[in-house]
Structure formats: structure tokens, C-alpha cells
Design a protein around this ligand. Sequence first.
Ligand SMILES: Nc1ncnc2c1ncn2[C@@H]1O[C@H](COP(=O)(O)OP(=O)(O)OP(=O)(O)O)[C@@H](O)[C@H]1O
Length: 304
Amino acid sequence: MDGYIIKTKNLTKKHGKVNSVNSLNLEVPEGSVYGFLGPNGAGKTTTIKMLLGLIKPSNGKIEIFNRDLLKNRSSILSKIGSLVESPSYYGHLSGYKNLEVIATMLDIKKSRIDEVLRLVRLTKEAHKPVKHYSLGMKQRLGIASALIGEPKLLILDEPSNGLDPSGIQEIRELIIEMPKLFGITVMVSSHLLSEIDAMATHVGIINEGKLVFQDKLDVLQNQNKSQLYLEVGNSESAYSQLKNQGWEVNNKSNGLLVNSISRADIAKIVETLVLKKNLIYKVNEHKNSLEDIFLNLTRKGESL
Ligand SMILES: Nc1ncnc2c1ncn2[C@@H]1O[C@H](COP(=O)(O)OP(=O)(O)OP(=O)(O)O)[C@@H](O)[C@H]1O
């Protein structure tokens, strides 16, 4: 046991000539909330469908619970709860009755229905027809049905899509609880960094089918390095003066941006420019937001 609940090796899905998912090496640690982040069309749903055995990889290997998915399909899948795309329900039946259909199919005791309804906070609405549920309630019912078989792993594809802020908050709280209260590992996809930032312990970023970042969330957060923004009398000469001293400098609209600086660096930079008799009009510290980092990664598709 190496501590990973999901591990893929060169996982690839071709659609025609295009690699929609391209050589992914995912590592989802046990007990984590793993945020699977990427812009629309990056390959999240395709990856998740492969992990759930819904579509076949063109290439590569999937290990879940340290066992090969292709060889142990049904025993692995019986321990995974999932929510992919909008779940369908019998609208005229209540939430309870819908779960009862699933419980009967999976041979699960009826008492579990009340338990999962309580977990997703639908006890009060349990006997209302699902057609009268809000989108958020339907989504929570989807999570209830994913939890009914007491899974060890929960895989949720964009569970907050289309929800209002309070619905999003409820789903987020539920997800954060899962590892702590029940020891369930969660893989959750989203195209919104703020979503992942608010609930994940680990993050994998996918862009155009490729994994461009994978680590603990705080490693990503620590990428927000400081930069120094300067407006000076003569930008051109300041650019070469600073470049000559080994600073990493970029031109930026009316000024210059110097990379990765400490407080001591600020003093040195200002001193250099003063000595060269360059007038300084503005000195600002500029911190890259997580959003900037995400956009940089997904625009250029480069590796961190
Ligand atoms: N059955 C298919 N046939 C051809 N191309 C497909 C098929 N399924 C997905 N694709 C393509 O694969 C790429 C990845 O799609 P996927 O749905 O996995 O992305 P995603 O990250 O889940 O995005 P979204 O959040 O928009 O669903 C897209 O370019 C999509 O057009």
C-alpha cells in the first residue's frame, strides 16, 4: 500500500486523432479531497468516465485501491460512489422512494436510506416528490445515492454546476466532511479554482488532456511569489540596468515588472536606479493571485 487510492499510468483516451486525455499519471492520496481542476473541455469528464469503467481507455493503466481496474472491475466499482452529469430521478416519486429503488437494486438495508438523507440534510424533504426539489436538493439527493452503498471513494464530476451560492456552500461542506467523518476519499472536478481552493487538500490541474500540476493545495498556493512593479523616468534604460545586474525584468504597460523579490531586493533595485539617476515615480509590490497562476498554467499548458 503506497497511500494512493487512485493511481493511473499514462492514461490516454483518443477521440479520432485527438488525445482528449493524454498520458495522465494521477495520484490521489487516501483520505484526501482531490480537486481535479481544468477549463471546460480539458478532459475531466472523460478521465472520470474511465475511472468509473464507463468508457475504455485507449492506452494506460488504472489502479484503484491498489488493484487493476480492468481485472477487478466489479469489486472495485462496488466501493465507489459517483455523481457524473445530472443524475436522473423518478420525478413523481419522493427522494426517499428514489433511494429505496436503488437500495432494493443493490440489496442495501432500508435503515441506510434515512442515514444518507440525514447526511445530505434532506430529512425534512424526504417525502416530497423530486420534481418539486430545487437543483441543489437534487444534487444532494445525487450525493445521497452515491453514499448509500457505503463507498470508500467518492467521485464527483462538477457537483456545483448550476447551483446558487448557498447550494454551492452546502455541497462544499458535505465534501469536506467526508474524509474526516467517514474516511471517504473524494475526487471532485471543477472548472473553478475558487471551488477547489475552498475544499481540496490536493489538486491536479488538467489542460488540453495533460496534467500540468499535481500536488498538495498549499504547494500551489506557495507559488504566489511577489513581483515589483516600477514606473520610472526612462523605462528602457532601467530595463537594461536591472537586467545587467541579473534581475528578471519584464516590460508591463507603462512600467517594469521585476520577478520574485524580497524586501532586501526592493532596496537594492531602488538603489541601482537612483545611482543611475533614473527617476522613480512608482514602486508597488505585486502578488500573483492563485487565479493568475491557474491561468498561466492553463494558457501556456506548461509544467510547474
Ligand atoms: N465521445 C466523444 N467523441 C469525440 N470527442 C469527445 C468525446 N467525448 C469528449 N470529447 C472531447 O474530448 C475533450 C475533453 O472533453 P471532456 O468532456 O472530458 O472535458 P471536461 O474537462 O469534462 O470539460 P467540461 O467541463 O466542458 O465537460 C473535448 O474536446 C471533447 O470535445
